[in-house]
Design a protein around this ligand. Structure first.
Ligand code: PRX
Length: 658
């Protein structure tokens, strides 16, 4: 488990709960009968919910299930982009705002209506066609948080092509390995991005990545910062030249429900990220349905703000697809929470009358650290619902969110899900569920969840175990791109017949669900998934490193932080170097190879690592050391004195934090 029992005890306060207000309950999209209806026949219920979409051919067939392969609504056909954009314009809602886009810099904003979005998507689809993009092709998107990122995604799926959005904070190496893994032949990017007023280049990372990707034929580049860029004639195309001269009309084609829509890479327990892929009809159905009930959206009046990046699955499902299928107005923000001041978020909410805010616990903890004077100084009375996602939320942060942001009036939905699940799976329903600070509470209607022991038997109330999903669901991943065996092995083998999520969970005395963090070698750093092996690989790729072991240790703000134990190949050069310099060099090296989010909080240089007699590094013990705990069983170690030595080193090592 990612945290100790004692810390857990301190976290869990199962007695406190908040009942929904009668006013909210009365007008809520979800009424209590939803659970009985959905759970009586989940497949039929999802089929009914699939009518939220406009199908070119309505499906008559709901589910084919041949574990682990699911097909939802397989004889239906549709176009994802038409469902997100055109149909709202056809319904007379062209003047409705789709996005209030707010730039990193104060005062920079764009308002994009559904009619404008339709034209932008049509032009981009025509431009991509001119570049040669066809149905089934993979297109990498490496973009800052600007409207063109959403437009590119919609244009790609409009053509039946497959987007693979790579978070713009990832390095050139990470980008090239993702491009190669799914053989993307096109890239959409920007010259750079703005962060707290500073322009940082993106195009050079693409140029570097493409040195090892010979199959990439074309790169479409948005001018965002206006910085100088290198240009490869014939390969690189400016967005403003190619896209802007296209027709704003584009006739769409319909694709089968199971047509692949996108790939999203996420960390597993090995060094190689997994290309999780999703298909169309089931994914869109669950995104729209969860968005409708969980966020209780009223498209006529709500302004939704999912404060995430489109480089992660939260951005895909709740900035792009769910909200657009539902035809709501959103805020999309480019900057950091403190771009232009620590009250920036609250000013955005006040100025745009945001009604629904969805963010991650790590951000809430950061905002909390800055102090209540920032939110308290703004009028947040437009807010009516708050959501959280990405990691377990500690009750203190939950209470702060409720009091200072939600004015003790907004329901909070703590939503558990994963890149693999595509959409929310466990959550309270506002207006129905009495919420407990720190608990995700109940499976969404139509979703089967269990907590099981080592042998796969359900645990009783008051007990903990492994989280599993017992039935197929519409937005479930259809697999790991190009690796069906790894899909079967990772998710469907630990407990036969059940999906193994990799998370620990507990049912409290009332049977409500508490998520306890990852139980495998996946770390959760500020809501970002990274594997220990990925970081170890990056470290041993440095010429000075002989061996490395990485663990995720508890961190008050980021949830977990990376602690690395490293043995050096001591050359005369290294020996002469100051230890602090070596550590700094290694931290920078990891940031460069993977991403700044992977920069270890702490690196301990040690002459040896604790190993079993069969040569396996005992990460469990290193986690104990990193979290300053009593050491577990050391009897299987070849040399039990090694851990004591490391503990001492740890005590003398200074922690360097950014
Ligand atoms: O450990 C769980 C944690 O995030 C993991 C999924 O990460 P990712 O695929 O990057 O998707 C994040 C956004 C959906 C899960 O295995 N996690 C996500 N939401 C919660 C959570 N842990 C506890 N509570 C949550 N609400």
């Amino acid at each position: 488990m990612a945290m100790t029992e004692s810390k857990l005890e301190a976290w869990l306060d199962e007695t406190r709960s908040f009942a929904p207000s009668p006013e909210f309950a009365q007008q809520a999209n979800a009424q209590p009968s939803i659970y009985d209806e959905a759970n009586a026949d989940p497949v039929a219920w999802w089929r009914k919910e699939a009518d939220r979409l406009t199908w070119t051919t309505a499906p008559t067939h709901s589910l084919d299930w041949d574990l682990p392969n699911a097909k939802w609504f397989s004889d239906g056909t549709l176009n994802a982009s038409y469902n997100c954009v055109d149909r709202h314009v056809e319904a007379g809602k062209g003047d409705k705002v789709a996005y209030h886009w707010i730039g990193d810099a104060e005062g920079e904003s764009r308002t994009i209506t559904y009619a404008e979005l339709k034209k932008m998507v049509a032009r981009t689809a025509n431009a991509l066609t001119e570049l040669g993009v066809k149905s089934g092709d993979r297109v990498a998107v490496y973009m800052p948080m600007i409207p063109e990122a959403v437009v590119a995604m919609l244009a790609i799926v409009r053509l039946g092509a497959v987007h693979s959005v790579v978070f713009a904070g990832f390095s050139a190496d990470a980008l090239s390995s993702r491009i190669l893994d799914s053989d993307c032949q096109f890239v959409v990017t920007a010259d750079g991005a703005f962060r707290r007023g500073t322009a940082s280049p993106l195009k050079p990372a693409v140029d570097e990545a493409l040195e090892s990707c010979p199959n990439v034929k074309a790169v479409l580049v948005v001018r965002r910062t206006g910085g100088d860029v290198d240009w490869v004639e014939g390969r690189d195309h400016w967005w403003h030249t190619l896209v802007d001269r296209q027709s704003d009309q584009h006739a769409y084609e319909s694709f089968p429900s199971e047509h692949t829509m996108f790939i999203m890479y996420t960390s597993g327990t090995t060094a190689k990220p997994k290309g999780i892929f999703h298909t169309t009809g089931g994914y869109l159905t669950q995104c729209a349905t969860t968005h409708h009930y969980i966020f209780d959206v009223k498209p006529e009046t709500d302004v939704c703000w999912t404060a995430a990046d489109i480089g992660w699955v939260t951005g895909h499902s709740y900035i792009v697809y769910g909200p657009l299928v539902n035809g709501v107005t959103q805020v999309m923000y480019e900057g950091l929470p403190d771009s232009g001041g620590k009250d920036r978020w609250w000013r955005i909410i006040e100025q745009n009358k945001v009604t629904i805010l969805y963010t991650a616990p790590t951000t809430i903890r950061t905002l909390m650290k800055w102090g209540p004077q920032y939110p308290d100084g703004n009028d947040l009375s437009s807010l009516r619902l708050l959501g959280t996602v990405g990691e377990p939320i500690n009750p203190q942060a939950w209470m702060w969110y409720r009091e200072h942001i939600g004015g003790n009036r907004c329901p909070i939905v703590d939503t558990w899900w994963q890149t693999e699940t595509g959409a929310i799976m466990i959550t309270p329903l506002p207006g129905i569920t009495s919420t407990k600070p720190g608990a995700a509470m109940t499976p969404f209607p139509g979703i089967g969840v269990d907590v099981v022991d080592n042998d796969g038997n359900s645990v009783g109330n008051g007990e903990g175990g492994y989280l599993v999903i017992t039935n197929p669901w519409p937005a479930m991943t259809r697999g790991i791109y190009g690796d069906p065996e790894r899909f079967q092995e990772t998710y469907w083998s630990r407990f036969p017949g059940k999906y193994f999520a990799g998370d620990g969970a507990k049912r409290d005395e009332d049977g409500d669900l508490w998520l306890l963090g990852r139980i495998d070698d996946v770390m959760n750093i500020s809501g970002h998934r990274l594997s220990t092996t990925e970081v170890e690989h990056a470290l041993v790729g440095h010429p000075a490193v002989a061996e490395a072991a990485v663990v995720g240790a508890f961190d008050e703000t980021t949830g977990q932080a990376i602690v690395a134990f490293v043995t050096l190949k001591l050359t005369a050069d290294d020996a002469a170097k100051d230890q602090v310099l070596v550590i700094e060099e290694l931290r920078t090296h990891v940031a460069k190879v993977i991403s700044p989010i992977a920069r270890p909080r702490q690196i301990i240089l040690t002459p040896d690592l604790p190993k079993t007699r069969s040569g396996k590094i005992m990460r469990r013990l290193l986690r104990d050391v990193a979290e300053n705990r009593q050491l577990g069983d050391v009897t299987t170690l070849t040399d039990p004195t090694v851990v004591n030595m490391i503990s001492e080193l740890m005590g003398t090592e200074s922690t360097s934090e950014d």
